[in-house]
Design a protein around this ligand. Structure first.
Ligand code: ADP
Ligand code: MG
Length: 503
């Protein structure tokens, strides 16, 4: 290891069952450096941190620390701490009913915690030196979240940490608190601590980080000096899309938005427990629009609020110009809204039930279980949609779990079409399914829209959205940051809006 490298991870591999979460990741951290670990949700950031801190055991690879020879085998968080690696998680893991000083010294030997005066003096000294606005004897619960995080950091510093890991520490902090945290991070940097900063806020990365490592799909995409990686480049690396050789496939048929049409759905300052910024949204009759942004930017949370799948805590929804009250999904269904959720394994299919039962489910819920469909009705519904969508199944009786992913997905689409919604929300309808079915679903979306249905289509594959949507709403950090239509519907435009800023 070269002079000032404090930590080096080599070829780290980690698998969870069928998921290869880390596929040979390299990572290098220097002393006195703030190093951002970036990547979309699912890229492997948390897994890498957990391997490094002994929460998970790595399958392969080695971890090297300055001052140690060879691989330091870390088997537990305690061993990580002993080696000088400390972590502050987003969810604070301290004890709110103890004092600040007790939180700093708990679990660190009887001697200090039994000597109250010494403990409090030590704590005050370190709090002061780090400029943390609290005192040793304050009960932790009486400190703001920001100060609690700082106390967790102070604890790490007092344990003489060489590597400090901050996994999304700023998500719940306001601007002033973030500024304080950054000051503390810079202080530690000046003391030679190497800091790994996991965040999805691009602004923060450019404000405080020296270097950026990008992970994508469990692979280290690259390591960059912050000033040498413009935001647009960073976004393109996270998404795995080159900026220049993008073919922006455009389908003129998709541009059929008639601006004279009425808004079918309109929201005003809609917010939910998921923490999205107040959402002003509309969709017109026969329109296909979509939410785009990095994974985790709040795309699904927006549509979940409209459907009542997340609890709405503010704002209003209008349907055809009239206020509607949507507290839960059944209210939305009654208002003619259908929602195909992102994770069909969790929210979607009922594996042991037949294709028929899965298809009629939503309509049955809507009409009420006290008047079940007759077998003949159910058969008619199922047969009609099996044919319409070309679902490949032995029969309507076949358990849905024995179908391929693409055909299961078509059943779920059928389920919602059967309710004849005016507004259909498709959240990642094509993820993980074969190309043929993908194209079928895209064609179906355009056909339904031409018949007057309003559709919101969300996909991680931007080219798919560019092919189907006439308007794209761009999200960043749970906020709508732009809207693209017409000739602005290009991959490059989307990425530059996601990147924001002027870099
Ligand atoms: P990130 O923190 O970058 O969002 P994660 O490290 O949490 O990504 O996840 C990487 C991949 O590993 C994802 O596909 C995730 O579903 C999977 N994964 C993470 N933890 C587990 C686990 N305990 N069991 C199974 N799969 C997991
Ligand atoms: Mg994570």
């Amino acid at each position: 290891m070269s002079e000032n490298v404090v930590l080096e991870l080599k070829n780290i591999r980690k698998r969870f069952g069928p998921v290869q979460a880390l596929k040979g990741v390299n990572f290098k951290l220097c002393e006195g450096e703030i190093h951002a670990l970036m990547g979309e949700n699912g890229a492997g950031k948390s897994t890498l941190i957990k391997v490094l801190t002994g929460v998970y055991t790595k399958d392969e690879g080695s971890i090297h620390m300055k001052g140690y020879d060879g691989d330091i085998a870390i088997h537990s968080p305690q061993e990580a701490q002993d080696a000088g690696i400390s972590t502050v998680y987003q969810e604070i893991t301290l004890c709110p009913n103890l004092s600040v000083a007790e939180n700093m010294y708990i679990g660190r030997g009887k001697e200090i915690i039994q000597n109250w005066k010494k403990m409090n003096d030590n704590a005050n000294k370190i709090l002061e030196s780090l400029d943390i606005p609290t005192s040793a004897t304050t009960q932790l619960a009486n400190c703001s979240i920001a100060v609690q995080q700082m106390v967790a950091i102070a604890r790490a510093v007092d344990m003489d940490c060489k590597v400090l890991i901050l996994d999304e520490p700023t998500s719940s902090l306001d601007d002033q608190e973030v500024a304080k945290l950054f000051k503390l991070m810079r202080d530690l940097k000046a003391r030679g601590v190497g800091i790994i900063f996991v965040t999805h806020f691009l602004d923060q990365v450019y404000e405080v980080c020296d270097k950026i490592t990008v992970l994508r799909d469990g692979v280290q995409e690259g390591e960059y000096k912050t000033e040498e990686l413009p935001r647009l480049q960073l976004v393109s690396k996270m998404l795995g899309k080159e900026i220049d050789d993008l073919s922006d496939i455009k389908n003129d048929e998709a541009i059929m938005q008639d601006t004279n049409e009425e808004n079918v759905i309109e929201t005003n300052q809609l917010t939910s427990t998921s923490g999205i910024s107040p959402l002003d949204f509309y969709i017109k009759k026969g329109e296909v629009n979509g939410f785009t942004g990095l994974l985790g930017s709040g795309r699904s949370e927006c549509v979940r609020a409209i459907f009542g799948a997340d609890k709405v805590v503010g704002g209003t929804i209008k349907k055809n110009g009239k206020l509607v009250k949507i507290n839960k999904p059944i209210d939305a269904m009654k208002a003619g809204i259908a929602y195909l959720p992102e994770d069909r394994k969790v929210d979607g299919i009922i594996g042991d039930l037949s294709v028929r039962e899965n298809i009629i489910l939503a309509l049955q819920v809507l009409e009420g279980f006290w008047k079940p469909f007759t077998r003949a009705e159910a058969d008619d519904f199922a047969e009609k949609y099996i044919k319409l969508l070309g679902i490949k199944t032995a029969s309507a009786d076949t358990p849905i779990k024995s179908l391929s992913g693409g055909n299961q997905q078509k059943c779920i689409v059928a389920r919602w079409l059967l309710t004849h919604p005016e507004y259909l929300i498709l959240d990642e309808p094509t993820r993980g399914i074969d190309v043929g079915t993908k194209v079928d679903i895209q064609k179906l979306v355009l056909k339904l829209a031409s018949e007057g249905m309003s559709i919101t289509f969300i996909s991680s594959e931007t080219d798919e959205m560019l092919r189907t949507c006439s308007r794209l709403i761009v999200m960043r950090d749970r906020k709508v940051v732009g809207e693209l239509t017409g000739s602005d519907l290009t991959q490059n435009k989307i990425m530059s809006v996601i990147a924001g800023g002027d870099k």
